[in-house]
Design a protein around this ligand. Structure first.
Ligand code: PLP
Length: 402
């Protein structure tokens, strides 16, 4: 990555996110080629970064989409992802979302409870349209990641246990409206160990074999997302080992492998750039205050996440400080107790690995407009989302003033 953050700051102001599209391509190709030996579909988990240009870029590489709301399904369709590459997941779907997903004829609805299967059954009956579904199995394996992004334990709200899954497949078999084409698991995010994924995949593959024994053929084995990235000095799962492990677990089964990476594709591609307002000292504590804030980038506050960061063009007078935003919350920090050089007004700070779950989690708290998003591709930059203005922020309210 050879992006001139300063030039972009002059051109687009700060704070901003910039995404290295060439890195996204590289990540996609790495994963896709790891599954070369089999029929596979890489469906991008849109919630990681749902900018239309990001989704379109992945669509052009051949990616499908894993969506968790009908809004995300519509984003995927809007940029040209074919319905047969779109999966709709999520633990609670609104009736109308189920209806629209059926009408849009997407690949499959990923069902997460018996109650939801009932809803899908009756809505598909109402529409006179067969529903292709997959069941999300919760294998009860500890993925060894942050509790907020762990999803594969029974204590998490996601998926169903094996026995429930079996009942659900039998229900599909006996229903005229339900076509069980897939099986799904997703045990967590930012996974850096292969073993928990391996155990989970084995458990679910066994279920596929049991279903086959009762003449239920599952066409899609969806291993979910979760592959970790480097934030600090993590040792990552090797994608070839990952793919090999899955292929081995599915030995002898004629099944298409689906995976749903989000963070892996876009996380390391993003950088958040913010400007120093000033420094202050409270007692013994040094604070560097910047124009970006927790509403722009909430991962440090939400997950206690640490991101590598750097004050550009400064190296002198390094000392301990907290890097914080202007918002009235003590949770409004980017880093605590980090060594940073002495800064001046208008210095730039780059916060790395912010391509996933950063802009998409941003809000307008404190009446702060969402920041600009920029794509960087083949040595060129272009705006892919305009910075929000005050007028944008009040547009849905001002007509109702009495
Ligand atoms: C969030 C999510 C993903 C993507 O997770 P990453 O850790 O970003 O790869 C994949 N599948 C489902 C069902 C999800 O909810």
């Amino acid at each position: 990555m050879n992006i001139n953050f300063k030039e972009l700051a002059n051109k687009y102001q700060t704070p901003y996110y910039v995404y290295d599209f060439d890195h996204i391509t590289k990540q996609y190709n790495e994963l896709k080629s790891a599954f070369n030996a089999r029929k596979s579909l890489v469906s991008y988990a849109v919630k990681a970064n749902s900018n239309l240009s990001v989704i379109k870029h992945l669509a052009q590489q051949g990616a499908g989409a894993d969506c968790v709301s009908i809004g995300e399904v519509k984003r995927a369709l809007k940029v040209g992802i074919a319905p047969y590459k779109i999966i709709f997941s999520g633990v609670g779907k609104i009736d109308d979302e189920i209806r629209q997903a059926l009408e849009l004829d997407i690949l499959m609805i990923n069902v997460e409870s018996e109650a939801e299967l009932e809803r899908v059954d009756s809505i598909s009956k109402e529409l006179g349209k067969e529903a292709r579904i997959s069941v999300r199995v919760n294998p009860n394996i500890d993925p060894k990641t942050h509790p907020y992004i762990s999803t594969g334990l029974h204590e998490n709200k996601f998926g169903v246990d094996i026995d429930t899954a079996k009942r659900m497949y039998i229900k599909c078999k006996n229903s005229e409206n339900l076509d069980a084409v897939g099986i799904h698991l997703h045990i967590g995010s930012q996974l850096t160990e292969l073993e928990p994924i391996k155990e989970s995949v084995k458990i679910v593959a066994d279920l596929v074999r049991n279903l086959k024994a009762i003449n239920m053929d599952i066409s899609f084995f969806d291993v979910g997302g979760g592959l970790g990235i480097v934030y600090d000095d993590e040792k990552l799962i090797d994608t070839n080992e990952y793919a090999q492990m899955i292929l081995e677990a599915l030995f002898g089964l004629d099944i298409t492998i689906v995976c749903e990476p989000g963070r892996f594709l876009v996380g390391n591609a993003g950088t958040f750039v913010t400007k120093v307002l000033y420094e202050k000292v409270n007692g013994d504590k040094r604070f560097v205050i910047v124009d970006g804030a927790m509403n722009d980038l909430i991962r440090p506050a939400l997950y206690n996440a640490s991101h590598k960061l750097e004050v550009l063009d400064r190296t002198e007078d390094v000392s301990d400080c907290n890097l914080v935003g202007p918002i009235c919350e003590s949770g409004d920090f980017f880093a605590k107790n980090v060594d940073l050089p002495k800064t001046e007004h208008n210095d730039l700070v780059a916060i790395y690995s912010t391509g996933a779950y950063c802009f998409t989690m941003s809000s307008n708290y404190n009446t702060r407009g969402k920041v600009a998003e920029i794509a960087y591709e083949n040595g060129e930059d272009r705006l892919i989302r305009k910075r929000e203005t005050f007028e944008d922020l009040i547009a849905l309210e001002e007509d109702y003033l009495k």
